[in-house]
Every structure is written in structure tokens, then in C-alpha cells.
Design a protein around this ligand. Structure first.
Ligand code: AMP
Ligand code: MG
Length: 422
């Protein structure tokens, strides 16, 4: 929990709010993120996309029994000759779910399938492809290793040990892991409530007729999508006109109803002034011009207990600033721990990119694998901050750091994928 107030922290800051580096803004926001604490117990399927609020301890050894990793035969290693073939008598079978109940005497072996319990006395499994069966006489070649193909009880997890830590986002793999422990319910944090609205006199809702100079409000839809994908409970508050009274009312309502308030538009030069005055009254908010493109204007702060992200109005800027600033912050507020930044990696850029040093650019790219197996990336075409098609066509950001200038074809650039596999 932060002890410093947001405005104190911003004054103590030695950076220019009119040219705030991306990393510095991210680190600044990071200081004030206090995660939700309330928890709910849910059946495991409902935990998908939510954050574990307690460690999940394994109530059992995993695997529960010593079992075979292969289809084959189980035997005592001591019964096998090391320097040549050995023939053992098959005494019975151990299938998954149907263990061998007898005793395995010296010179015997037991037919075993993957997952079958390794019989008392046996310590080694030879895979069936290596053995030759003639009725119940099974011949094994020399050169076997003691303990081979046997999975020990508790090898993956010991009873009582931590299977999953609090703070872990539940993905399909976690669902399966929890189920594999026989656990049917888990504690997760309550969902983070995020209220959002668009600002602008020019904005019309879809379905309405456009007047001169009007445009359809698209930001509420991209925000709805990004927030829902992240696992937030969304509260869509519509379009609010550029009118101080209407805006003040909307900010008050949003902050009272949600943990986080996100707006788009109204924070750029020329529009920010009256929002600034209003925020001075309602809470503690800092207004930055981030040294980035797109997405220069950004406001962050608190309105009462609610966190506030004032994103720029341009449709691409909204998405870029959401992914680069809000996403990580929201995950933290949701209780996720640790929160890993989306990884970046290098790919060869096949086009020339225009870029000015002194700011970070997030161009929208298409990443492909070239015939020689290397990764290649090209921009999606026109990169204007209002061109949503540039986001829609993209599968990655091409991130050009502060110091980078123009990029020549064939150079390596950093890319960050927009979609993951889980
Ligand atoms: P602003 O930051 O309010 O000056 O807006 C910057 C640009 O983004 C203007 O061209 C706006 O018309 C446009 N814009 C603002 N909000 C939205 C929205 N919700 N949907 C689509 N475009 C918007
Ligand atoms: Mg506006």
C-alpha cells in the first residue's frame, strides 16, 4: 500500500510530465495499486480466468501410487541379467485402475500398462517394444537400468505441498491440475469492477443517425472487449458529453460504483483543462504527455477509493495505452501475483519504418515465419492513431524504443504478440 499521495509523488518526481517516458509512467502507477481483498469460493470451472485467493495444497501424493510410464512388463531389476537376455514368467497383469493383486515371486514379471500400479516387489519396467513374448515366457534383452519407466508416488507433488500459489490466474492447465488433486472448489478474489465511459460531443451510439461531424463511439466496444477478456466485471456508462456538469456527475457515479474508472477522450491539450480543474475537486489525478506514439495524453489517479485511467480518445491510442498501462495495473488490482509483462522478442522487419528518436512507438505489425524459419514482421500499413483497421489487421506490436530512429529493411525489431495461446 502506498503511503505517499499521488500528487506528492508526482511532485517528487524529477521527470517532466510533458514528456513522461513509458517505463517511468508504468512504475509510477505501480506504486498505488492495492489489490482487492474480498474472496469467494467457487466450483472450479467458474474459477477460469480468475485469480486464486489462497494457496492450493495437494491433499494427496501425485501420482498417488508408484506406476508405470510405459506399456510393458514390471520386474525386479535383480532378476535381470546385465550381460544378456533374461526370460521371466508372466504372473499376471496390472492395468490402469485394475492393479495386480497377487505376489510376484523371483523369476516372475507382471504385464503392465501405462499408469498401472507397479506391483509390490517390482522396481523396473521394460517397454513392450523391447521384449519378446512366447506365451507366458517373456524374454528381455540385457542393458536395462534399475528403476527405469517407473513413476514414484509423490514424484510430481507430495501430499501437503503447495500445488498452486495464491495470485495465480486460473487457465485451463490450472483447472485440470486442481481437478487432478480431487479438489472441487477454490477461493478466488472477487471480480474487479471497472466502470467506463466515452467522452465527446461528436460521439453517437451505434444505430443512431450521424449528424455533420459526428462519429460512432467505438472506444466503448474495444474497452468492453479488452476488459471482459481480462476478466473484469464491466459497467458500461455510455457516452458523456463534453459538459463539466455531466462529466462531474458521471465521474462521481462511476467512482462510487466501481474499483476502477476508465474514460476515453478529453485528456488531450485543449480538452484537459476543465477535466483537470474538475479532478482537482474530485480526487488526485496526474496528467501526463507520454513520450510515446500513439497515445500521448494519459491521466492516472484516484477518485475517492477508485483508480482512474484517463485514456486518450483516438481509437488506436485507447488500445495501445490500455495494453501498455492499464492491463498490468488491472491484473495487479485483480490480485494476480506475480504479474509478468507480456514478453517481447526480436523479429526481422521487412519494411522501412519511419521513426523519430525520443519516444517509444507501438506500430501495429503482422508477424509471420519466413521460408528459412526465421521470424519476419511488417507494419499493417497506415499507422494513424484513428485507424482501427491497423489494430484489427495486426497480430503484434512492433515496439521501437526511445533511442531508435528510422528502421531499415532487414533490421531486427522488438515485437509483442497481441494474442497468447491460453
Ligand atoms: P479527444 O482525446 O477527446 O480529443 O479525442 C481524440 C480523437 O479521438 C478525436 O478525433 C475524437 O473524435 C476521437 N474519439 C474520441 N472518443 C472516441 C470514441 N469513443 N470512439 C471513436 N473515436 C473517438
Ligand atoms: Mg473529445
Amino acid at each position: 500500500m502506498a503511503t505517499l499521495s499521488i500528487t506528492q509523488a508526482s511532485c517528487a518526481d524529477d521527470y517532466d510530465p510533458n514528456s513522461m517516458p513509458v517505463d517511468k509512467a508504468r512504475a509510477f502507477i505501480h506504486q498505488f495499486l492495492d489489490p482487492v481483498t474480498a474472496t469467494v469460493r467457487v466450483p472450479i470451472r467458474s474459477a477460469l480466468g480468475r485469480v486464486l485467493a489462497e494457496d492450493v495444497l495437494s491433499p494427496v501424493d501425485v501420482p498417488a501410487h508408484r506406476n508405470s510410464a510405459m506399456d510393458g512388463w514390471a520386474m525386479r531389476f535383480a532378476d535381470l541379467r546385465t550381460d544378456g537376455e533374461t526370460t521371466l514368467q508372466e504372473a499376471g497383469a496390472s492395468f490402469a485402475g485394475k492393479p495386480f493383486m497377487g505376489t510376484m515371486a523371483a523369476g516372475q514379471c507382471v504385464r503392465i500398462m501405462t499408469g498401472g500400479v507397479v506391483p509390490e516387489g517390482a522396481d523396473t519396467v521394460v517397454m513392450q517394444e523391447r521384449a519378446a513374448a512366447s506365451g507366458r515366457a517373456i524374454t528381455f534383452p540385457g542393458g536395462q537400468k534399475p528403476g527405469q519407466n517407473v513413476r514414484e508416488a509423490g514424484e510430481d507433488l507430495k501430499a501437503g505441498s503447495v500445488a498452486l500459489r495464491r495470485g495465480r490466474m486460473v487457465r485451463p492447465a490450472e483447472l485440470g491440475l486442481i481437478a487432478s488433486l480431487g479438489i472441487g472448489e477454490v477461493a478466488v478474489y472477487r471480480r474487479l469492477r471497472v466502470a467506463f465511459f466515452s467522452t465527446g460531443d461528436e460521439l453517437k451510439p451505434v444505430g443512431a443517425a450521424l449528424g455533420a461531424g459526428d462519429i460512432y463511439d467505438s472506444n466503448r466496444y474495444t474497452l468492453h472487449g479488452m476488459l471482459t477478456r481480462l476478466g473484469c466485471e464491466v459497467l458500461d456508462m455510455g457516452v458523456v458529453r463534453d459538459d463539466p456538469r455531466a462529466l462531474e456527475q458521471a465521474f462521481r457515479e462511476a467512482a462510487a460504483a466501481a474499483d476502477v474508472v476508465i474514460t476515453s477522450g478529453g485528456v488531450s491539450v485543449g480538452e484537459a483543462d476543465f477535466v483537470k480543474d474538475m479532478m482537482a475537486k474530485l480526487g488526485e489525478v496526474v496528467f501526463w504527455k507520454i513520450a510515446m506514439k500513439p497515445g500521448r495524453p494519459l491521466a492516472y489517479g484516484k477518485i475517492g477509493p477508485a483508480h482512474f485511467f484517463g485514456l486518450p480518445g483516438n481509437p488506436v491510442s485507447v488500445m495501445v495505452t490500455f495494453y501498455q498501462f492499464a492491463r498490468e495495473a488491472l491484473l495487479r488490482l485483480m490480485g494476480a501475483d506475480p504479474v509478468e509483462p507480456v514478453p517481447t522478442f526480436q523479429a526481422k522487419c521487412t519494411a522501412r519504418l519511419k521513426k523519430m528518436p525520443g519516444r517509444t512507438e507501438f506500430q501495429r505489425g503482422i508477424l509471420t515465419r519466413s521460408a528459412d524459419g526465421s521470424l519476419a514482421v511488417r507494419p499493417t500499413g497506415e499507422q494513424g492513431s484513428g485507424i482501427l483497421k491497423s489494430m484489427s489487421d495486426a497480430n503484434c506490436f512492433i515496439i521501437l524504443g526511445d533511442h531508435t530512429g528510422n528502421v531499415e529493411p532487414g533490421s531486427l525489431v522488438e515485437v509483442q504478440l497481441l494474442e497468447g495461446v491460453t
